[in-house]
Design a protein around this ligand. Structure first.
Ligand SMILES: [Zn+2]
Ligand SMILES: [Zn+2]
Length: 329
């Protein structure tokens, strides 16, 4: 199945358009209400590989707002201290799975069919990255428990459709259909990572969201614990791999939260404007980021891929996000 995907999605590129982001950047930050000039030299960054782990649909009340951290012991006590926690991180667009993931990968909020029947309007960070480096499709991957997320590997933008597309392994046996257990997704992801060592990878885990929709409170909490464990296994995998070690940045975030208690059916669903749906977390760690730091400035999903573009030295003009300079050492 993997081989079929590679054949289907393999593109050799003959034209290189490189728009290097080099030299010094002087950026005005929006977030603290003050005008601050920051100077960061992108050339000095150590990151060569980036992962975005999307844990699908936990609420902050069961993650970082529960200061006992009983359901996220690894994230809160082992992972976040090695990096940065963005405490006011938001999905400011539609709070559904495909829309949240699309905001992360394209840097633009849009309403999009949530069943996997519609491609994003805009090209993704994967496409800009592969194009700017003249890389083949094995250098960027979308790996997801939810088959419908294979839409993240393409766009309906005419200039980009079917071009520079990343590899995708989503849903049942990577087929782009169905939902599969996170256990199998993580197992198969490790095979892919060892074989190809992709430079830019998004990984989606579904258990929290699935159990929530089943109105299974204990299952929902167990899903948060299980994905917390997988997050640690991913970071340990990265740091014990000779190629990835100390050259890899990991973003851990959510596509959306869930309704606050008292709002509609509470934890069972999501999709509205309530703070439970909007406010999520971002934990980010790697060789270029601060450690043991909590950032209170507000950032949002759009800012992840813009920051990645900066770190991996590619231009991303269609993104509406901003570089999160606050995260850097
Ligand atoms: Zn979701
Ligand atoms: Zn809500």
């Amino acid at each position: 199945m993997l081989k079929q995907f590679l054949t289907r999605r393999f593109y050799f590129l003959s034209v290189v358009f490189v728009l290097p982001l080099t030299g010094e950047f002087f950026q005005t930050q929006r977030h603290d209400g003050q005008v601050t000039n920051v100077e960061i030299n992108a050339d000095s960054l150590k990151t060569e590989y980036v992962f975005v782990l999307v844990i699908d649909g936990p609420r902050m009340s069961e993650t970082f707002d529960d200061t006992s951290f009983q359901y996220i012991p690894n994230l809160a006590r082992i992972i976040a201290p090695q990096g940065v926690l963005v405490n006011n991180f938001r999905n400011n667009g539609p709070t559904y799975t495909n829309a949240g993931h699309t905001a992360i990968t394209t840097g633009v909020y849009q309403s999009i069919n949530n069943g996997g029947f519609e491609l994003p309007k805009n090209p993704s960070m994967f496409q800009y990255f592969l194009k700017s480096n003249n890389f083949d499709s094995t250098k960027a991957w979308v790996i997801a428990s939810k088959g419908k997320l294979d839409i993240l590997a393409n766009t309906k933008n005419k200039n980009w459709k079917d071009k520079y597309t990343p590899s995708a392994y989503c849903g049942t046996n990577g087929s782009g259909f169905g939902y599969t257990s996170d256990k199998y997704t993580w197992r198969d992801a490790q095979v892919i990572l060892k074989e190809y060592h992709p430079k830019l990878t998004l990984l989606n885990l579904l258990e929290v969201d699935s159990k929530g929709h089943q109105a299974d409170w204990n299952g929902y909490l167990q899903g948060i614990r299980n994905t917390d464990q997988t997050a640690l296994e991913l970071w340990n995998f990265i740091q014990s791999d000779s190629i990835y070690k100390d050259k890899t940045t990991l973003f851990i975030t959510n596509d959306h939260g869930r309704h606050l208690n008292g709002k509609k059916n509470g934890f069972v669903n999501h999709g509205c404007n309530c703070e439970g749906c909007r406010r999520i977390y971002l934990v980010a760690l790697g060789p270029d980021f601060k450690t043991n730091t909590i950032i209170e400035n507000e950032y949002e999903q759009l800012d992840i891929s813009k920051t990645i573009a900066y770190m991996l030295h590619f231009d991303f003009p269609s993104s509406e996000g901003e570089i999160m300079y606050d995260l850097f050492k």
